[in-house]
Design a protein around this ligand. Structure first.
Ligand code: BGC
Length: 246
């Protein structure tokens, strides 16, 4: 079954058709800079444009950078506050004329890794952390997702963790890999104390550069990069259409 997967992030919106049986990308990827302001209107225009460009008529799965409950946007850390309370499923559905599923972006990436990536056949607790503009989290126990964990909003060093340790902060503050990894390691240590995971999977754009910062991580838990790297978000968004039970 083919599904259009769309990964909506703080800096880019990425899309591709996905074969949900194999988790593979079919054809080209599209990458569009996230519009500013990041409002319901501007995002809806981009999503409709993607559908038109790919001439797609069929199911669409979206990963969205917020907690999503029953299709409704509950938080707005890196998007415009006017999203809060909006039913994003109804909005995108009406705009595209296609059946749309929307889940949290990190949950989507985690789903892809659990089904086809570094988390396959993992028992116990797996915690996937994605980092780009924010810090996203996806918590699994024996392959089952607890959605919307929003662990990037824990407090660390007297601030919101994602304002201290996300990949965007590394760029913004001009930190070296070693300096940034020190902060990211503190974050993983905090998660370790709270969740006692068996495995951490690290995703997001920076996961491609894992050899540059993994040597500086000193948590006791096993840490692996996302096998699907940054494509986990698009693939998982599409997979959420058949896995959506939350
Ligand atoms: C949002 C999360 C999202 C993460 C990564 C955070 O700011 O609150 O919902 O998963 O960024 O995009």
């Amino acid at each position: 079954m083919k599904v259009l997967g769309i990964d909506i992030g703080g800096s880019a919106i990425k899309a591709a058709l996905i074969d949900t049986l194999t988790g593979e990308i079919v054809g080209d990827r599209l990458r569009i800079v996230t519009p500013s302001p990041a409002t319901p209107e501007t995002f809806t225009r981009v999503i409709s444009g993607i559908r038109r460009q790919l001439n797609w008529q069929g199911p669409i799965g979206c990963g969205f950078p917020a907690a999503i409950r029953q299709g409704q946007v509950m938080t707005a850390a890196n998007i415009n506050a006017s999203w809060i309370g909006t039913n994003v499923v109804t909005l995108f559905n009406t705009a595209t004329g296609c059946p749309v599923t929307v889940v949290n972006d990190a949950d989507a990436a985690g789903l892809a890794e659990i089904l086809f990536g570094s988390g396959q056949n993992c028992s116990g607790t797996t915690l996937m952390i994605t980092t780009g503009t924010g810090l996203g989290s996806a918590l699994f126990h024996n392959g089952n997702l607890v959605p919307n964990t929003e662990l990037g909003h824990l407090r660390l060093a007297d601030q919101v963790a994602e304002d201290y340790a996300s990949a965007a902060v590394k760029t913004r503050e001009g930190l070296s890999y070693q300096e940034w990894a020190g902060r990211f390691n503190l974050y993983l240590q905090r998660l370790e104390e709270l969740f006692w995971p068996d495995l951490f999977i690290i995703g997001g754009e920076i996961s491609k550069e894992h050899l540059q910062f993994f040597p500086y991580l000193s948590v006791a838990t096993k840490v692996v990069p996302a096998k699907l790297f940054n494509d986990a978000g698009i693939i998982g968004a599409a997979l959420s259409v058949r896995q959506h039970t939350f």
